[in-house]
Design a protein around this ligand. Structure first.
Ligand SMILES: Nc1ncnc2c1ncn2[C@@H]1O[C@H](COP(=O)(O)OS(=O)(=O)O)[C@@H](OP(=O)(O)O)[C@H]1O
Ligand SMILES: Nc1ncnc2c1ncn2[C@@H]1O[C@H](COP(=O)(O)OP(=O)(O)O)[C@@H](O)[C@H]1O
Length: 536
């Protein structure tokens, strides 16, 4: 949100300036802001261009302290000249005042503001807010009953299965032995999840009773840098991200850290090269012994009988088809929570997006597919291109900007239906990669996305010319007509391609239905055809 840029004298700390422009940072800016404000970062505010460059190149702040990632605030160009800025959460509630000390542009050309931030109001926005205490609150709580024991932090955005739980218990025991009395170290699980999206947080929390008695959990949102892919079941972290997590863990009072990123995480040497403020442990690998029926350190399992944990793809496939995760792999309560978060595809929200030229057959196929989905027993919402243009986007033109906005609106509605477990079928032209990718991202926050490219050649669409639009476009009566005088970017990420040339509409519908059944989103046979013993 951006308002007019007005300047004035410096405000008193913590006092809201009613005349300052307001701005809601994006997800990473907001994540950084909260970590600055709650004291998890030892930084007064957002970095200048020089500071960010030193961090980027040398992994340290200009004063020499190691620091792994630039902490920067991206702003729209119109805010680049402001001196004071009110930073708000996405709902517009003020969080902090920023005294801008520098406006700079990074190598990416984007505008950024540097400067100290002052807390205006403690954040109330964000999922699981009651589990987000500040580092000083956590440290104060521990000081009430000081145990003198090491505090082992586990930073994770993925559920803790048997392998990780064994590793945590073993490392907590080992730290207790090293530190004297043989009593286990305390454990602090830092659950990393988005501010808007619970992600896997509740599945991580489900493991609470399976961890040592003095284990506590906090939730926080770490910024997601470009080198961290965001899988549904948890991301793959880079060394600098683990190092940033180590800084946050140290602020919470941790003396050691274990990052439970699964097999593909960075090795500890690369993390320690970032000079984190605590020891990042390199846990012993564990395997399941299929003969003994136990998880054991790798060294104690015969290679022939050692089983690794399931991969993310295997977990996803089990959940997609509604199968229970095996008990050798994960505790029942973690499996049950995962099944709740990722229900079987027959119960999971789904958006099917048809894209293709005008006249390619999107509406015809989409209508048939909707009928089929209904027959299979699921309810479905159809967002046809023409209907959306009438009901949601009647003021929009066919400029690139308006087409993008149109598809974003479709994506928003579809993602809401998906969030609640419904099926949406959308059939706009959606000519641009970027817009389609945006819809995919919006939908995949909550469920599944299936892209169908109706790849009927332009000549065929033009010959059909059902609405006479191509003739008008050729005559220059319709400007910026897709395929004639406006681009159509062929998707490279379609889950299914249907070229309807020389194909009966029923056959096109059947292909899409087969793909949806094969993927597990619909039962193999719908009620009616199962009763009649007939095929679709
Ligand atoms: N300039 C131009 N380019 C393309 N299409 C045009 C244009 N002007 C009007 N129409 C009619 O609008 C329908 C496409 O609207 P969409 O909302 O699906 O397009 S977009 O996704 O926003 O690009 C499209 O409907 P379909 O034939 O169902 O695709 C056309 O009937
Ligand atoms: N295999 C097919 N699939 C879909 N439509 C087809 C097919 N074969 C011919 N058609 C015809 O092509 C036209 C496609 O129009 P429509 O579905 O409105 O396309 P769009 O929504 O992409 O503009 C319809 O008249 C339809 O009967």
């Amino acid at each position: 949100m951006v308002s007019a840029n007005r300047r004035g004298s410096a405000p008193e700390p913590g006092v809201e300036r009613s005349d300052a422009p307001v701005f809601a940072p994006g997800p990473d800016g907001l994540a950084h802001l909260e970590l600055i404000l709650n004291g998890a970062y030892p930084l007064p505010g957002f970095m200048t261009g020089d500071e960010a460059e030193t961090v980027e190149k040398e992994g340290r702040l200009p004063d020499g302290r190691p620091w792994p990632v630039p902490v920067t605030l991206e702003v729209p160009a119109e805010l680049s000249g402001v001196e004071h800025l009110i930073l708000t959460d996405p709902e517009g509630a003020p969080l902090a005042g920023l005294e801008a000390s520098e406006h700079w542009r990074g190598a990416d050309g984007r505008h950024r503001l540097a400067g100290a931030v002052t807390l205006l109001r403690p954040p109330t926005y964000g999922v699981l807010r009651e589990l987000r205490p500040s580092p000083s609150e956590v440290r104060a709580q521990r000081e009430l009953e000081p145990s003198g024991r090491p505090l082992l932090a586990v930073v994770t955005d993925r559920p803790l299965h048997h392998r990780a739980l064994h590793q945590i218990r073993a490392e907590a025991d080992a730290l207790g032995r090293v530190h004297g009395d043989g009593v286990r170290a305390e454990v602090l699980v830092i659950v990393d999840t988005g501010l808007e999206d619970e992600g896997m947080a509740t599945a991580v929390l489900a493991a609470e009773p399976l961890l040592p008695a003095r284990t506590s959990f906090v939730v926080c949102t770490l910024p997601r840098s470009a080198d961290r892919s965001r899988g549904v079941l948890g991301g793959v972290w880079g060394a600098r991200e683990v190092a940033l997590a180590a800084h946050v863990a140290a602020a919470y009072g941790a003396t050691h850290m274990l990052s439970v990123t699964g097999g593909d995480g960075p090795d500890v040497e690369r993390v320690m090269a970032q000079r984190p403020p605590l020891t990042v442990l390199d846990p012993e690998p564990w395997r399941y012994s299929s003969v003994e029926g136990l998880w054991l350190p790798l060294t104690r399992v015969d290679p022939g009988e050692a089983r690794s944990e399931l991969t993310d793809e295997q977990v996803e496939a089990e959940l997609a088809h509604g199968r229970e995760l095996p008990s050798w792999f994960t505790p029942a309560r973690v499996g049950a929570e995962l099944a709740r978060l990722r229900p079987a595809r027959t119960r999971r929200g789904l958006t099917v997006l048809f894209t293709g030229l005008s006249g390619s057959g999107k509406s015809t196929i989409a209508r048939g597919v909707c009928d089929g989905i209904r027959r299979s027993g699921r309810s479905v919402t159809l967002l046809d291109g023409d209907v959306v243009r009438r009901m949601l986007s009647s003021e929009l033109t066919f400029s690139r900007e308006h087409r993008e906005l149109n598809i974003r609106r479709i994506g928003y509605v579809a993602s809401e239906v998906t969030r609640h477990g419904g099926v949406t079928v959308c059939a706009p032209i959606a000519p641009y990669d970027r817009g389609r990718a945006e819809v995919r991202a919006m939908v995949e926050e909550f469920g599944d996305f299936f892209l169908v490219h109706v790849a009927t050649p332009l000549e065929v669409c033009e010959t059909r010319d059902r609405k006479g639009l191509y003739a008008k476009a050729r005559a220059g009566l319709i400007p910026a007509f897709t395929g004639i005088s406006d681009p159509y970017e062929e998707p490279g990420d379609a889950d299914l391609v249907v070229d309807t040339e020389g194909m009966d509409p029923a056959e096109s519908v059947a292909r899409v239905m087969a793909a949806l059944r094969g993927g597990g989103w619909l039962p193999e046979h719908d009620g009616r055809s199962a009763r009649a013993g007939e095929e679709e």
